[in-house]
Design a protein around this ligand. Sequence first.
Ligand code: ACO
Length: 162
Amino acid sequence: LKFECLSNDGVDDHMVWLIGLKNIFARQLPNMPKEYIVRLVMDRNHKSVMVIRRNLVVGGITYRPYASQKFGEIAFCAIKADEQVKGYGTRLMNHLKQHARDVDGLTHFLTYADNNAVGYFIKQGFTKEIYLDKDRWHGYIKDYDGGILMECKIDPKLPYTD
Ligand code: ACO
């Protein structure tokens, strides 16, 4: 089992994994247009952190780091149906936080959470209260009807992974 964070960089293995992740998102997020999922997963401004087991993608999170604003926007998050509620979603989020802090230099995440995923995000330290200065994110992330805006502060020192 491994966790990888990568973007569309033309490396063959990476492309295969990104397509696998795109297919998981398309199935697990049926309200999202498939073309929109493909566009963001393949967009070079977005990165994806993935759980990979025996060279197959089990799930992942696609996000866009805004380096100048020091926050990231989580676009999609999903684990394959038959692998949910085994702890992968939590481990994935911890790898994302570690990578976003140590590699991207981010301090916060924002996401529009689906109603049924709010409980998961709360367990990952997200809140419905937005403490981040609106100047820092307004105009960067798009308003989106189908979800609830949530925020997570990344701890500056905590080791999120072992
Ligand atoms: N609602 C409430 N609690 C949840 C949910 C949920 N939908 N999903 C998981 N949890 C809880 C688990 O019970 C667990 O609690 P515990 O620590 O007390 O035992 C905790 O959250 C973590 O569970 P994991 O096993 O780590 O989570 P999992 O691997 O199942 O991943 C995820 C969670 C990503 C939400 C997965 O269930 C999934 O893919 N769901 C369908 C797609 C989806 O809804 N994605 C999010 C949409 S919003 C967005 O993408 C921005």
